[in-house]
Design a protein around this ligand. Sequence first.
Ligand code: FMN
Length: 170
Amino acid sequence: MDDHRAQGVERTVEAGLYREAMSRLVAAVHVITTRGPDGRAGFTATAVASVSDSPPTLLVCLNRRIRSAAAFRQSGRFAVNMLGADQQMVAESFGGRGGLAGEQRFAVGHWHEGALDVPCLAAAVAVFQCRMVDVRTIATHDVLVGRVEAVTLGPDKAKLAYLGRGFLSV
Ligand SMILES: Cc1cc2nc3c(=O)[nH]c(=O)nc-3n(C[C@H](O)[C@H](O)[C@H](O)COP(=O)(O)O)c2cc1C
């Protein structure tokens, strides 16, 4: 604990400033998918990180206001689809652009069911199929911790990244 916390002094950072600083982070773009009680669902995410390779484990941060948030908790499994630069339209569809929801989002891109019965994107750079081993609610988000049970390596092509509130090819 630093001196300020020890003295009971809260140092706050305004959310807009935090977002502005975070917009300078170069982040890979993924689509996180699941099959819930009402069918397929998914959302675009940059908040994805590796936790460990022993056993292979990753995490995804999901805003609890996303309509499919409950579906992810209920299904207990999900896929992390890492996008190529040629798959920006998929990122836009699953990012809520055009107001598409649920099954409608899967009209963009070619999707098949993986071994864990989760939607996997054809020609993604990589697909990680995960079983959810933990969920932590932190502030506005659910942190989904997934044990990776299958990995598909796609073409090693240019990757889709997000920087300064826009997409770019890396
Ligand atoms: C490039 C990009 C990155 C995003 N990253 C995240 C993220 O890491 N976590 C998250 O919860 N939402 C993220 N979002 C927003 C969600 O994709 C969006 O809120 C969601 O698709 C809305 O779903 P709904 O309309 O079904 O509620 C991101 C959106 C974009 C365009």
